[in-house]
Design a protein around this ligand. Structure first.
Ligand SMILES: Nc1ncnc2c1ncn2[C@@H]1O[C@H](COP(=O)(O)OP(=O)(O)OP(=O)(O)O)[C@@H](O)[C@H]1O
Length: 279
């Protein structure tokens, strides 16, 4: 690929705990686990580096506790990294390490250049505000002030995720899980983000509702060409969505490649186990 990445991540490290003489030296770490047996510090992300290219869906797969969500929360600034660099391909920001920005600048990036869809819609939506009001909130954060324009854009976004216009004033708490996820997706798209993060967005939904949400994500990729980072513990979800895939274990990336290649010819023994458990 010759295009510049939409998002580049270099040596992202996130630890929970202060460390100790045993584990402060990375070469001493007990790599079969992600925590120090002496002081209990958790090394949730270790030396994570990757590029996300324009218009691609990059899958991140791994068992529970492998560090997928921590990595995504660091990138979305929900968590402070321990160290590392991240860059986005947006003119005024491209030379700046996003992790070094002030909180106000990070908020600006979230409002203008990032979209996030959480596993639990409670984190991404205000359940007691109308669906269109949730979208308006993000539009206002991104600088919109014109009410009739917000109504038009919000209504169009809700329609694009198959929420009928006559339900736009209903609060998400009255919606089914699948509908709530679709409102979250509409809200995440409202600032036309070049990068969209999706964290276990179909976990907990019925199979038919899952299929509907996955179809919607594919459709968004086809129509809008947004770069997406999709975290899931479910290889079937990754197989359906991702162009390329990263496999994480104990906080580190252990394998990456085209999704078909990773699934058909897994190199690492852990990836092999993961793939064969699907068969
Ligand atoms: N606030 C925290 N304090 C201490 N340890 C944490 C904290 N948050 C996460 N961890 C640890 O970091 C590691 C990575 O967790 P993370 O939630 O990122 O994994 P995951 O792959 O997303 O798993 P899951 O899908 O179950 O969320 C785990 O060992 C977890 O226990």
């Amino acid at each position: 690929m010759f295009e510049k990445p939409s998002l580049s991540v270099r040596n992202l490290e996130k630890q929970f705990g202060e460390g100790c003489p045993n584990c402060n030296d990375a070469s001493n770490r007990f790599l079969e686990k992600n925590y120090c047996p002496v002081c209990g510090t958790v090394y949730a992300c270790q030396n994570v580096s990757f590029d996300l290219y324009p218009g691609e869906i990059l899958g991140v797969v791994g068992e529970s506790g492998s560090g997928k969500s921590t990595m995504m929360q660091c990138l979305y600034f929900d968590l402070e990294v321990t160290s590392g660099e991240a860059y986005i391909q947006v003119e005024e920001w491209q030379a700046k390490n996003l992790f070094s920005l002030s909180s106000q600048q990070k908020r600006f990036i979230r409002n203008h250049h990032y979209g996030m869809v959480y596993q639990n819609p409670i984190r991404g939506l205000k359940m007691d505000v109308s669906s269109i009001g949730n979208i308006a909130e993000k539009l206002i954060a991104a600088g919109s002030r014109n009410v009739s324009e917000m109504e038009r854009v919000g209504g169009a976004l809700l329609e694009s995720v198959q929420i009928p216009l006559n339900r736009r004033k209903e609060e998400p708490r009255n919606f089914s899980g699948g509908m709530q996820q679709r409102v979250q997706i509409a809200k995440a798209l409202s600032n036309n983000p070049p990068v969209l993060f999706l964290d276990e967005v179909t976990t907990g939904l019925d199979l038919s509702v899952q299929a509907n949400v996955l179809d919607l994500i594919k459709q968004i990729q086809r129509e809008l060409g947004i770069s997406m980072l999709v975290v899931s513990h479910d290889l079937a979800v990754i197989k359906m969505l991702a162009d390329r895939t990263i496999v994480m274990l104990n906080g580190a990336i252990i394998e990456e490649g085209l999704t078909d290649q990773v699934l058909e010819d897994p190199q690492h023994s852990y990836t092999q186990q993961l793939v064969y458990s699907l068969l």
